[in-house]
Design a protein around this ligand. Structure first.
Ligand SMILES: Cc1ncc(C[n+]2csc(CCOP(=O)(O)OP(=O)(O)O)c2C)c(N)n1
Ligand SMILES: [Mg+2]
Length: 190
């Protein structure tokens, strides 16, 4: 499975739900799959995609989706423990697991050496977990996750293809656009 086809499918299922994406190729794929104001592209940082999504999920009743990466999540495994501790019903984490730090040269990450992020999530108290490696199973897992109380944690094993062009995103504008969608929702007409 390719991350881009998975991202396109999740975008179709997401409706208006906020989506936070991992830096680099994860955010480029989301932008190319369909740029929208409720896409929160992270930029430059590693390990904060699911932390940001957790904070959002705790601040709203809407479904929030995190599209994280194995290398980034490995840098901040405490995020998984915090999700297990807070048990947000409206959070779905999908980890694009290519078993490498793809953007910086494709070095094998811990998940390529035996670390099982689904088991990490389980041991942190996240009951609804899955590991999938094809598009059909990912679609079923995400559809179920969005229709059921979470937190949900899905490891999506992917094969890296050609990178799409870098998306023209600017962090300040991302924040501005994203915040405005909540302001508009809370104050109709303003
Ligand atoms: C704190 C920090 N360390 C290192 C980097 C350099 N860096 C950028 S992307 C990346 C790899 C990210 O791996 P992963 O989350 O698995 O995404 P992939 O590139 O595989 O899609 C690294 C090491 C960074 N941006 N921030
Ligand atoms: Mg990776």
């Amino acid at each position: 499975m390719r991350r881009f086809e998975g991202t396109q499918m999740i975008l179709r299922l997401a409706g208006d739900a906020p989506i936070v994406s991992n830096l680099g190729p994860g955010s480029d794929d989301l932008w190319h799959a369909g740029h929208r104001d409720r896409n929160f592209y992270t930029y430059g940082n590693m390990g904060l995609c699911s932390s940001l999504a957790l904070g959002m999920a705790m601040a709203t009743d809407e479904q929030v989706i995190s599209l994280d990466g194995d290398g980034s999540l490995l840098m901040n495994l405490g995020t998984i423990a915090s999700i297990g501790r807070e048990q947000p019903k409206n959070l779905t984490v999908v980890v694009w697991d290519n078993e490498k730090w793809g953007q910086t040269g494709g070095q094998t990450s811990h998940t390529g050496m035996g670390t099982d992020l689904e088991q990490v999530a389980r041991s942190c108290g996240i009951a609804r977990t899955k590991t999938v490696s094809d598009l059909e199973d990912l679609e079923a897992a995400v559809s179920e996750a969005l229709a059921t109380d979470g937190p949900n944690f899905i490891v999506a094993k992917i094969d890296e293809g050609e990178y799409l062009p870098v998306a023209p995103v600017e962090p300040e504008f991302t924040l501005y656009r994203f915040r405005n969608t909540f302001v508009e929702q809370r104050q109709p007409g303003h």
